[in-house]
Design a protein around this ligand. Sequence first.
Ligand code: F6R
Length: 615
Amino acid sequence: MCGIVGYVGDDKSLEVLLGGLRRLEYRGYDSSGVAVLGEDGILGTAKKAGKLQMLVDELAQHPIANGATGIGHTRWATHGGPTDRNAHPHLGDDGKLALIHNGIIENFAELKAELTGQGETFTSETDTEVAALLVGRAYRDTGDLTEAMRQVVQQLEGAFTLLIMHQDQPGVVVGARRNSPLVIGLGEGENFLGSDVAAFVEYTKRAVAIGQDQVVTIRPDSVQVTDFDGSQVQADEFEIAWDASASEKGGWSSFMKKEISEEPDAVANTILGRVHDGSVHLHELDVFGDLLTGIDRIVVIACGTAAYAGMLGKYAIEQWARVPVEVELSHEFRYRNPILTPRTLVVSISQSGETMDTLMAVQHAAESGARTLSICNTHGGSIPRASEAVVYTHAGPEVAVASTKAFLAQVTALYLLGLHLGRVRGTMTTDAAADAVAELQAIPAKIAAVLPVAAEIAQLAHWMTEVQSVLFLGRHVGYPIAMEGALKLKELAYIHSEGFAAGELKHGPIALIEPGQAVIVIVPSPRQSREMHAKVVSNIQEIRARGARVIAIAEQGDAAVLPFADEVLPIPLAGPLFEPLLAVVPLHIFAMELAAAKGLDVDQPRNLAKSVTVE
Ligand code: F6R
């Protein structure tokens, strides 16, 4: 959850660290700090609770010397509240070693008790300070920072990325990772470490992903990677495909606004290069050989928004490839001893590629003999690395904490998977496949046609700032969209909201309807199913009769809805299964506009972090 950046090079550490932290702030934003080995040979540190700007202000008031070696951190609190004292870096007991940390050290209480017994005192409530004291001691014994790191990580349990530097070791930063991300950036006469490439993309496009249980030592002119035992390992270099400007706001008032405007491109870029002669070919799946015709079940694992994408994938894959699909929240999956065989394909979905719940579920699936495929937006993330194959979504970097364009790219990737499987399993006619592909390819232009309703939605949101609760109803593929709409509204506007299957209403939730209750209904296309459409229109009448205020998202020209809805937000016509890719867009805009109308920070909602690297 925390953001980490490390630098060795010339005397510009502070610029690199603060620039990197600004790009990483989406990961955690309740406090931040830096340590720099100044030109004067003294280790200077600054740390502050609150947004990064508080640290910048602190540095303006109490400057520290710039230098050629430094580490920086932006925190999402786990152990101990977001205070100046708990912010990172933490120091060894002689004040010469600085350490920053992402993750949770699960055995910190035992280690802390041991250290306390040996006379150490603690200045914070964090698990991190334990590691700082241990590494400081190990360095005193060994005189070697890398060796000190190796000795300490072997004592730690849990998930962590650690970076350390020492006043007596100019030009050296050492990192280590277990179940938590860390990437190297390769420069000319300078090198970088970061939780993700955003930390250093301004300076270099060359990156190396560090594997599980590895230690890395960077110096201005060298990079050395070993495992925890000290054996050299070969790390793979890759090129960062996006430009630093892709993670900048670029004139938009928020990242979320920018990212919603990029939803058409997220879909188009995910399709790009994967359709040939009207059919889908995912070459990434070649590693599975004949397995794809032999699988008897697909299990999709994901969390939050990614899980809703998975639910949509179930409708499409079952329809096109005729293979049963189950969708399960990653954190529920491995604790119930799921039935997995070599004929089960486990498909994980993750924007960040680092969600710990999903990573653990993938590892469990692989250990249980299932085959693993990930759908991911982040090159070299831990989840794709733990999977046999990966289908990358090409949504570009997503900075706003709540996922928008990545959701559309995930659904697109799942639909491509369904169409690929339909082809290789022979469950779709060529014509049906070509029609579905054409529908998918038409989606970006249709989303672009939905985006201009933003002004109308902003007006609607403005009138709704006082509402206490909003319900979302959908049926069939509209159901996951109802849940996605409700999740976005909760996390951005802090308004209680629930998504229901419309058919479930009469089994309980209708008791919530009272005069004035806002209900957003995703109306299915009458062309897809007259019956389903009629049922949802009846549901609207039922809640309207009880005083609900109804906002309908319906296909353009759906006259049946007009008499019963207070507002209708029209979406273009799309083929069966494809309308969720359009219906979700007004819901993303609605949540963002309502949060903005309430004066909230839409990019960094309270209590959240972009990359959830703790279980
Ligand atoms: C909601 C949201 C989260 C993420 C979830 C999974 O807007 O962003 O629910 O979808 O935390 O994250 P990833 O996709 O990174 O695994």
